[in-house]
Ligand binder design. Sequence first.
Ligand code: 3NM
Length: 206
Amino acid sequence: MKDFKLYAITGEEFHQGRDLIEVMEEAILGGVDIIQLRDKKSKKIDVLKKAQALRELTKKHGVTFIVNDHIDVALAVDADGIHVGQDDLPLKEARKVMGPEKIIGISTHKIEEAREAEKGGADYIGVGPIFETKSKEDVVDPVTTAYIQQVAEEITIPFVAIGGIKLHNVDQVLAAGAKRVCMISEIVGADDVRGTCETFVKILSK
Ligand code: 3NM
């Protein structure tokens, strides 16, 4: 997959009434390389509509588009890939459905899961939650930056740190060995989405 540094996930509860596509376009203009549609609540038809609009937007800007969990929606809109959690469709079956060319990312919360994802042919892994986060239900306890260090030492596929990452703590994440960061609330909840992303891009390229 094309490498990336700044990964934004949708979280409409943080959009402060702003339009999904407008918020994500600001994030792209600010320098985000991957957009993930994550919607655990809407009806399938509404998830599909959002995915169609985001596919169009990401194509226009040449940005990677990933759909969380809804593999049928990902295929229907020709997304670049899917992201699955530990309790979603297993990697092996996800690969069968998506084919060899599409990106498959998987969330991991401990080194055993990271090893298994790598062995199973994941294209990248999520590593988190690093800090406390209110953006995910049933989230496990923070894994802390110690988990980043473990993954950085041992895992060779790309990994992205996630969970409670903010402008004020991202330095700790990078110091532990992460090169890529993923956020919901700090990006899509920002008053200045574009400016916030630009600041992250500067920090990540140091
Ligand atoms: N996955 P925020 S943490 C979607 O640890 C998600 O796998 C996580 O949102 C994981 O940037 C998380 O607002 C929430 O903390 C990230």
